[in-house]
Design a protein around this ligand. Structure first.
Ligand code: NAP
Length: 247
């Protein structure tokens, strides 16, 4: 696990959007960013979960967050354009964007993957990331130093039987990150990917039903690398693929 001791005010005065902020790694990232001073925009599809995270942040006395209820499956370019306008009106700029939400889809031989499953996983895990990043560039450009973090996986660079559309989507995320990072080299926006590694969450238990998850890292264990990438100490880092559990 990364050894990094962030200061309490590492993210003070930053506004950071976290997708999939209601559960798992995204939930913990939202809480940790707020604990380090950020105003967090909680995006997800299950409003009750987002409200719970909202309440936890407020009860802890951290900066008041905002909620954007959105299912990435059905979201269109217009949703992201409207989101950009709302963020600009309310916060003036966006300092950080954590693309965390993802769909595992169905783990099965490609022979049996339906067109619906394929389209849904690619929509949630790739197309939404492209559309959201593109639409939010105007507010990211307004930040003195903006950080965009994509979420990779163990199957981002090496395909694996039965991980079909999920693996393909994570390869695509690597390509998206490397392409846009190259286009924005020497600008105020940096783009990196972070592979959390095996982590005790609902997605993991869905992928490995029956496996004992107690030996795995928890979302909290991963936070040093998430905080590092969102904070100004990583300003020079762009186009990189980091491993939360190996650095
Ligand atoms: P998780 O516990 O299943 O949480 C995923 C979050 O994303 C949930 O809050 C979920 O919302 C949200 N989400 C899913 N589909 C969505 C959609 N269509 N629209 C909006 N929000 C949606 O998963 P996790 O393990 O924390 O995974 C987080 C990230 O890490 C993912 O990108 C995953 O691929 C990656 N990852 C995880 C592991 C691991 O071992 N856990 C390993 C490698 C990579 P709901 O709460 O409403 O379902």
């Amino acid at each position: 696990m990364m050894k990094y001791n962030p200061t309490k005010d590492l993210l003070a005065n930053k506004t950071i959007l976290v997708t999939g902020a209601g559960d798992g790694i995204g939930r913990q990232a939202a809480l940790s960013f707020a604990q380090h001073g950020a105003t967090v925009i909680l995006l997800g599809r299950t409003v009750k979960k987002l409200e719970k995270v909202y309440d936890e942040i407020v009860e802890a006395g951290d900066p008041q967050p905002a909620i954007i209820p959105l299912d990435l499956k059905g979201a269109t370019k217009q949703h992201y354009t409207d989101m950009c306008r709302t963020i600009e009106d309310q916060f003036g700029r966006l300092d950080g964007l954590l693309h965390n939400a993802a769909s595992l889809g169905v783990l099965s031989p490609l022979e049996h993957i339906s067109e619906n499953t394929w389209n849904e996983v690619l929509q949630v895990n790739v197309t939404s990331h492209f559309l959201m990043t593109q639409a939010l560039l105007p507010v990211l450009k307004k930040a003195p130093n903006a950080s965009v973090v994509f979420t990779a996986s163990g199957v981002s660079t090496k395909g694996k039987a039965f991980w079909g559309p999920y693996a393909v989507s994570k390869f695509a995320i690597q390509g998206l990150m490397e392409t846009i990072a190259d286009e924005y080299e020497n600008t105020s926006i940096r783009f990196n990917s972070l592979n959390p590694g095996p982590t005790k969450t609902k997605m993991r238990s869905k992928a490995y039903p029956g496996a004992d998850l107690n030996e795995l890292a928890t979302p909290l264990n991963l936070m040093p690398s998430y905080l590092y990438l969102m904070g100004d100490e990583s300003i020079e880092v762009t186009g990189q693929s980091l491993q939360a559990q190996d650095i």
